[in-house]
Design a protein around this ligand. Structure first.
Ligand SMILES: [Zn+2]
Length: 804
């Protein structure tokens, strides 16, 4: 390649000058950051099982990995192995930490300095100088997609080379690096030969939501080490694909600092690919350099993009081949990155610290420098206009009512932020903001913090990109927002003079719950938190007589949501619901007339990983069915059929006949998205017309105040759509539970042409309360990849509402 890394030196000089003027920030501790370690005895004794292997070379079996790592750990003084968690299927996850023997004895000190970089960049610089040969962490994440075998084998080859090798290159790398290798990020997928884990989740779409144990384990590695480089090993793109990415780039990144190293690091990987494998393997495909669009780094659902928010130079690597040379290519590319890092360590490190410093000092972002701005067929807008973020001063997250509908979700959000290394504080006294008084203990997320980009990508609503011409995304969604989609209210504080004394918190306060009122007829709790559904399902399991109000009611001057749960007048039960589960429980004078006795339903589910996840979170028992099961008549053994996947036309005659018998016999149906809706319409069990579209967005929804399916939701609330469907005609007796808001119902996302779609104001959740078989249809995506937690309750309502 003609480009030279020498260009970087000028930037580095600027970096040094900037660092000289650092403010000393309050030093805040590293204590409490527990180091993970393998506690169980013999982690290397694995149980052999049937395993799928690579089609095309002798890939290492998952069951051979632990013994192999154990052998290396025993025979090399450069290697430490930790079990850092278990996969969804219960298989161990291994982290190999590798450096020269002296460094292995002081890993704690290295970690401490890495953390000091965040709290006090200047002090960290002094520590680095005193330390002499300061090594930086490089994170290798192998085969997050289980069927993309070469990553794991390349990672093990890399570990062996660095564990035993003596070449000059090995010595140089060991002098500069603490290598962190997540040896097999997806054990279930490797064993089963699948992209996904045992819960059917694509882990490389889960880093915004973090629903899976594999994801959480990796997040912990990243937050404990703040790796300077993150390489995520995939397959298969030929010629080999090496990021950085095409537009759109997310404005929450400090993209200029990232790109000036990531691009040249990609060139170095490409050079090494040629050196190891020959010139038929180059040029590699570097999306930023070679493509106008469609391989973007917009979303933090991917590992390298998520790591970029922690200051990492992140790259996805797609090896070109399923055969042994696919292993060679990964190995070569990683080697190239390690050599590049060894050559440029100090300057790269300073720019990583600069990312934190910009955040901590609330410094403005900078555009991508001109010399890096020459990719093909792109516009200035696509590159730079989207890359400047105006961060707010703070986000205020009230802990409790009346500001939160669910204090559980507020606590959940705060704990999530803390787990992700976002700094959260709480107010030491009450304060006023825009005419509202917030109590002492209200959470404040100040945006002058080292990882402001990550904080903002979680807490912001995101932009509406629908009108930008020429955008395309590698993989939607183009939008997410923890507060909006998890049902946790937060206030965006733009006022620069906002001030309140706050102190850091390490965890959220648990919702306290309450029992109020002195009546003795029964106790009621509203369907306003996920906890209410979890508790209800537990009570049904243990045989408690729970009833559900099918519509709104009032008792002793208090009005209750439709769908309110009612339990017998047992004060110890009421106290348990309040104290143990944090619910607000009300003593009411009598069970309302519209209450329906609940029972455990037998539920057949033909859906996706997100829907299964939501059902588990809500505490439902259910059985998964496949198309063949439906065709075989299996659904007739159940009370309710929940379907997101299968259209009427996708079943055979037997399947259609079986479902017809199921509906005639009073079976309830819940249909999600256009496929689930279409089945009900084609089966003739509901009289509606609908339309659909392929946008994805956060939308404003207005919920019915009286309908049981809408119970527990604010009149106006947010929801997520992906390929939304809405209803253009409702036949007799069809009830609308929720509509898209009138006018500008799009909050953020990418739904080109939404203005002319006719969806504004139209019903998006409907049900048909037939005397016999109940049908509920939902055009929102209420469970997408397990992310939009707030609308999980809508699924709970749809299931419970059929009881009558
Ligand atoms: Zn992949």
């Amino acid at each position: 390649m003609g480009k030279s890394v020498l260009v970087k030196r000028t930037f580095w000089c600027v970096g040094i000058l900037l660092l000289v003027g650092l403010l000393v920030l309050p030093t805040n501790l590293i204590a409490g950051k527990a180091k993970s370690s393998s506690s169980q005895g013999k982690w290397w004794d694995t149980i052999p099982e049937d395993e799928i292997q690579s089609c095309c070379y002798d890939s290492i079996l998952y069951s051979d990995i632990a013994p192999k790592l154990r052998e290396i750990e025993k025979t090399s003084n450069r290697v430490k192995v930790d079990v850092i968690g278990q996969s969804a299927g219960g298989r161990n996850l291994f982290l190999v930490t590798l450096s020269d023997p002296q460094a292995m004895g002081r890993l704690g000190q290295y970690q401490a300095i890495r953390n000091t970089m965040l709290k006090d960049p200047e002090k960290a610089q002094e520590m680095i100088d005193k330390f002499g040969d300061f090594k930086v962490p490089v994170f290798i994440n192998a085969s997050i997609h289980g069927g993309e075998y070469p990553g794991v084998d390349a990672a093990i080859r890399l570990i062996e080379t660095l564990a035993y090798g003596d070449s000059e290159e090995v010595q140089t790398i060991l002098k500069n690096v603490i290598l962190l290798v997540n040896v097999v990020q997806n054990p279930d997928g490797r064993v089963m030969g699948t992209r996904r884990n045992a819960n059917d989740f694509d882990i490389n779409r889960d880093f915004m939501s973090q629903t899976q144990p594999e994801t959480k384990a990796t997040v912990k590695i990243i937050t404990e080490w703040n790796p300077m480089i993150t390489l995520d090993l995939h397959g298969f793109v030929n010629p080999m694909l090496i990021e950085p990415c095409t537009p759109p780039h997310n404005p929450n990144y400090e993209y200029d600092l990232y790109l000036q190293w990531a691009l040249y690091q990609a060139f170095a990987m490409e050079d090494e690919l040629e050196l190891h494998l020959g010139d038929e393997y180059v040029p590699a495909r570097i999306p930023y350099r070679d493509r106008p669009s469609n391989w973007d780094d917009w979303g933090a659902q991917y590992v390298p993009m998520y790591a970029m928010y922690h200051g990492s130079y992140g790259h996805t690597l797609e090896t070109p081949s399923r055969a042994e040379d696919g292993v060679d290519a990964h190995y070569a590319a990683v080697w190239g990155a390690l050599k590049f890092m060894a050559e440029n360590r100090e300057a790269m490190l300073h720019d990583q610290v600069e990312i934190y410093r910009r955040g901590a000092l609330d410094l403005p972002q900078m555009l991508i420098p001109d010399y890096l701005l020459d990719p093909p067929e792109t516009t200035y807008e696509q590159y730079n206009a989207l890359t400047i973020q105006e961060f707010p001063t703070a986000y205020v997250i009230p802990a409790d009512q009346p500001f939160q509908q669910s204090s559980h979700q507020a606590a959940r959000l705060v704990d999530f932020l803390l787990f992700n290394d976002v700094e959260v504080e709480k107010a030491s006294q009450s304060f006023a903001l825009n005419g509202t008084n917030y109590p002492k203990g209200t959470y404040v997320v100040w945006m002058d913090q080292p990882k402001r980009g990550l904080a903002n990508t979680f807490l912001d609503a995101g932009p509406d990109l629908s009108d930008i011409v020429g955008l395309s995304f590698y993989s939607p969604p183009s939008v997410w927002s923890q507060p909006l989609l998890w049902g946790a209210s937060r206030v965006v504080v733009e006022e620069e003079d906002f001030a309140v004394n706050t102190t850091p918190v390490n965890n959220a306060e648990k919702p306290s719950g309450s029992v109020s009122g002195s009546n003795a007829g029964a106790y009621a709790y509203e369907p306003t938190s996920i906890a209410a559904y979890q508790v209800t399902n537990q009570l049904l399991d243990s045989g408690v007589a729970v009833q559900r109000a099918s519509s709104a009611f009032a008792d002793s001057g208090t009005s209750f949501e439709p769908g309110t749960f009612i339990v017998p007048a047992d004060s110890s039960l009421a106290n348990e619901l309040a104290n143990r589960h944090g619910l607000d429980v009300f003593a009411i004078s009598e069970t309302p007339e519209n209450a329906v006795m609940m029972k455990k339903q037998r539920i057949a589910v033909y859906a996706d990983e997100g829907t299964n996840h939501a059902l588990k979170v809500l505490g439902f028992d259910y059985d998964e069915v496949e198309r063949s099961d439906v065709n075989d008549g299996v659904v007739e053994n159940y009370d309710l059929f929940l379907n997101r996947n299968r259209s009427w036309g996708g079943l055979n005659d037997d399947g259609r006949a079986s479902l017809t018998r199921f509906f005639d016999a009073g079976g309830d149906y819940v249909g999600l998205r256009s496929t689930g809706i279409g089945l009900a319409v084609d089966a003739g069990i509901i009289d509606v017309d609908y339309e659909n579209n392929d946008g994805n967005a956060i939308v404003d929804v207005e919920y019915s105040a009286t309908d049981g399916v809408a119970g527990g939701f604010s009149d106006e609330d947010y929801a997520f759509v992906y390929t939304p469907a809405w209803f253009t005609r409702l036949g007799d007796g069809i009830v609308s539970s929720a509509v898209f808001s009138d006018g500008g119902f799009i909050v953020s996302g990418y739904w080109p042409g939404w203005q002319g779609s006719g969806a504004a104001g139209m019903p998006v959740v409907v049900h048909f309360p037939d005397d016999n078989s109940d049908t509920t249809l939902i055009g929102l995506d209420i469970t997408f990849r397990g992310h939009p937690e707030n609308t999980f309750r809508l699924l709970g309502n749809a299931i419970f509402n059929g009881l009558d």
